[in-house]
Design a protein around this ligand. Structure first.
Ligand code: C5P
Length: 222
């Protein structure tokens, strides 16, 4: 069994992908399965942590021994994560949060109209939850971890994103049609604000999760 090195700690993990509704039947969403976030929640619980898992639109049953909060949109995810983060030792933002949402929600289904080719959808920015928590650190000494799915210039974009978001660790992986999303395995590099770069070879999402918790545990105040 893994050493209970997270005993007495409260960690918050977000998982899945937000859905931003356009009308009662349609949404803007993404391909996140939530598997990496659930692996993080399970491994943290196995290492003794109290875990709050904020879940958005996954098809995964609630893990035993984990407090699960179910949300749909980015705004709801922000509320739930900020509430749980108030007394958290670490916050890991594994969820794919929509950067934009439709500016307006149509209370009735959007219809085809004669003489109108296609409706235009106006988007507005969603709050950046990772940047907000990194800047505010609701609890002193809190360790904040982000994820970045990149399709090109993976490391250069990751380093830039780590600085811009202000988090302590950023897990960077390359994504594409058949990579990462929905898969059981992952391959990544964990970038640290102190400049360290930890490559994690292709393997189960639990292995990446354990590496993240190793790096988090090393940064937690005694
Ligand atoms: O900017 P980008 O979406 O690539 O950043 C990804 C990281 O930022 C992930 O950790 C994700 O959970 C977080 N994020 C967030 N709020 C957003 C967008 C992304 O917390 N609105």
């Amino acid at each position: 069994a893994a050493a209970p090195d997270l005993a007495g700690r409260h960690v918050v993990v977000s998982a899945g992908g937000t859905r931003e509704p356009l009308d009662p039947v349609r949404y803007l969403g993404n391909r996140s399965s939530g598997k990496q976030g659930y692996a993080l929640a399970r491994t943290a619980a196995a290492r003794g942590a109290r875990v709050t898992l904020v879940e958005a639109n996954t098809a995964i049953p609630d893990p035993a021994g984990v407090d699960v909060v179910h949300v749909g949109t980015a705004v709801q995810l922000r509320e739930a994560v900020l509430k749980a983060a108030a007394d958290a030792d670490a916050v890991v933002m594994a969820a794919a949060v929509a950067d934009f949402r439709p500016a307006a929600y149509a209370s009735g289904k959007i219809k085809k109209r004669d003489g109108v080719e296609a409706p235009e959808i106006t988007l507005v920015r969603n709050p950046d939850i990772l940047a907000e928590i990194s800047a505010e650190r609701p609890r002193p000494g809190q360790v904040v971890v982000g994820f970045a799915a990149e399709t090109d210039e993976v490391l250069a974009n990751g380093r830039e994103k780590l600085r811009r978001k202000g988090c302590d660790l950023l897990v960077v992986n390359e994504v594409g049609e058949r990579r990462t999303f929905g898969a059981e395995e992952n391959e990544a590099v964990v970038l640290s604000s102190d400049g360290a770069e930890t490559p994690v070879p292709h393997g189960p999402k639990e292995a990446l999760a354990d590496t993240v918790w190793d790096l988090v545990a090393a940064r937690l105040p005694a």
